[in-house]
Design a protein around this ligand. Sequence first.
Ligand code: VGL
Ligand code: ZN
Length: 210
Amino acid sequence: MSDFKEDTALILIDIQNDFCPGGALAVNEGNEIVGLANELQKNFKIKIATQDWHPHTHKSFASNHEDKEPLSVIEMFYGQQVLWPDHCIQGSKGAEFHRELITDNSDLIIRKGFRPEIDSYSAFFENDHKTPTGLEGYLRTRQIKSIYLCGLALDFCVYFSAIDGAKLGFKVFVIEDACRAIDLDGSLDNAINEMTSSGVQLLSSHDLLN
Ligand code: VGL
Ligand code: ZN
């Protein structure tokens, strides 16, 4: 099944060097989805990519807190926040898309996480669940009804994007084998359960590619 429909978009989430092996916040096998992401793009008319894009002063970095280790959790004004190693710093090599990822034909590249005080996992809203990235408006003005998500990481940025997309009324599909997870303290199981119960449909690239 190809989906060249005008009301359907493929969204590539954060397929950046820092989330691939050798990167600052490497996701296991993160690089292994790049070929599939490129293949999937051939089956969609509308293609969007997101890019995690932090200033070096970002409050989600453990290095910007005293005596905090990466992967510890703190309370921010909007709730709990995992502290990460410095990653996807604006303009750095790590923030670039994986060099084999095709982005020349992207309709839109959306950057997120550039406000130092607040992290942004979802492609729709920052972690306060209020500050918009603008993606919703873009999709609505282009009359897009269905979104297919793939990328990194399944249990963070893909997950939060999927949940927000479903809450906003989009039909959301997650192409599971074109994602990889961080899997921190049960985050992967939680993400799968929450997505399933929120009406997000998990599918395999085999359902789309033939
Ligand atoms: C992500 C943690 C921190 C992601 C981004 O893309 O899933 N995870 N920043
Ligand atoms: Zn980040």
